[in-house]
Design a binder for this molecule. Structure first.
Ligand code: FES
Ligand SMILES: [Fe+2]
Length: 415
């Protein structure tokens, strides 16, 4: 049976409140459909504005088969291009990041300006038209200090996400922060397992001793159910909003993105072993209140985030294969915060470095067990895994109309 039909059948027959069938987590053909219908079609978080803060600064990213370069132009605009030379296709930018006056292909030195126009190609025919061979653009938007790209020819409307996300993030000045540290780990598990693990804290008490020093395990904090009934959350939102910080739980109709601000444990203001701040200088000059907890954002399929008073930790998920996922973590601090003076780097990154490694191990064990022929979908906990069910429901709902043969829904209506 055609793989799309097989996926459609399994999605339509899936048992509500249960994990997915094995092939969704292990099968290379299912993975290819995930790439085609989700990763190559939707908005993806790739990095932060502050990482490419000078004209000519660029970063590169690999999404499935697509290498992409994101570069800041001389006019200050951030643009994205397919990182594939219009001569014979070589990758133009080979570094993860850098700063350059022009984008020069290493193969035969075709040279592109920062806006993608081809400006030099030696010894081509007299009638060669450089204007026909600029780098192909990739849709690119930025909001609240986050850069998103979309590989689709007709990207979904970015405006609704921007409208929801910007008020929450603008006060935290991430657009003007600096990256104190970055790490990328490869987790040997399908990207959906990485997400499922992220969307619950049922596993926290048994696996995250460091994070549990400061982060509440309450399902209302991680999940999507019972939130409006949690008096602690209501009190936190009211206090933060009185200080001008949007905080209430908001989720879009399709369930693809959510923002909310949650309190940390009562003694804690930051993700450190003591709960004390890791950075003496506030992340944003616009936020002086100390007890703001954590502003959490997720946007499927690429990012979840924690923004605190003293720093932010952001996460980027990119699929590598059916059974491997790259998770990139960045710690952001005030642009003028000085390592060794305002913060000790090891203290700043300690909790999430260990937490990431613990999550990697969990995801890899989960993937290992799912490969067993004896695996069958198991029931999620209603109390603790509402967020996981929400993720899996989003996945199934997002995919189903795209899998229906001949049906090509307008992306604007569903993303
Ligand atoms: S492939 Fe880029 S210059 Fe030849
Ligand atoms: Fe975890």
């Amino acid at each position: 049976m055609d793989v799309r039909n097989e996926m459609l059948k399994l999605i339509r027959n899936r048992r509500d409140g249960f994990s997915l069938e094995q092939p969704f987590y292990v099968d290379p053909d299912f993975y290819k459909v995930d790439l085609d219908l989700i990763w190559y079609r939707d908005w993806l978080f790739v990095g932060h504005n502050c990482e490419i803060n000078k004209p000519g600064s660029f970063l590169t990213v690999q999404v499935g088969d697509y290498p992409v370069v994101v570069v800041r132009g001389r006019d200050g605009e951030i643009r994205a291009f397919h990182n594939s030379c219009r001569h014979r296709g070589s990758r133009v930018c080979t570094a993860d990041r850098g700063t350059t006056a022009r984008l020069v292909c290493p193969y035969h030195q075709w040279t592109y300006d920062l806006d993608g126009k081809l400006i030099f190609a030696s010894q081509m025919a007299d009638d060669f038209r450089k204007e026909d061979f600029g780098l192909k653009p990739v849709a690119c938007e930025s909001v609240g200090g986050y850069i998103f790209i979309c590989l689709a020819g007709e990207p979904a409307d970015f405006a609704p996400f921007r409208a929801m996300m910007e008020p929450y993030f603008a006060p935290h000045s991430l657009v003007d922060a600096k990256i104190a540290h970055e790490s990328t780990i490869i987790e040997k598990g399908n990207w959906k397992l990485v997400w499922e693990n992220n969307r619950e804290c049922y596993h926290c008490a048994g696996n995250h001793p460091e994070l549990c020093e400061t982060f509440p395990e309450a399902p209302t904090v991680t999940g999507v159910n019972g939130i409006e009934d949690d008096p602690e959350l209501l009190e936190h939102w009211a206090r933060c909003e009185a200080d001008g910080l949007p905080s209430r739980f908001r989720i879009d109709d399709a369930g693809q993105y959510r923002a909310t601000r949650a309190p940390l444990l009562p003694h804690a203001v930051s993700y450190t072993m003591t709960g004390k701040r890791a950075v003496q200088r506030n992340l944003s000059d616009r936020v002086s209140t100390d007890r703001i907890g954590t502003l959490m954002l997720y946007h499927y399929p690429t990012t979840w985030n924690h923004v605190l008073g003293d720093h932010a930790v952001t996460f980027r998920v990119l699929p590598v294969s059916a059974t491997e996922t790259a998770v990139t973590t960045k710690w952001l601090v005030h642009k003028d915060a000085v390592e060794g003076v305002d913060y000790d780097l090891q203290n700043l990154i300690h909790v999430w470095t260990l937490t990431n490694d613990e999550d990697r191990r969990i995801v890899e064990e989960n993937a290992f067990g799912i490969k067993s022929p004896a695996y069958e979908p198991g029931p999620y906990s209603d109390l603790h895994e509402g967020g996981v069910m929400q993720f899996v429901d989003w996945y199934a709902r997002f995919l189903e109309p795209r899998l229906v043969q001949g049906e090509r829904p307008a992306l604007r209506s569903v993303a």
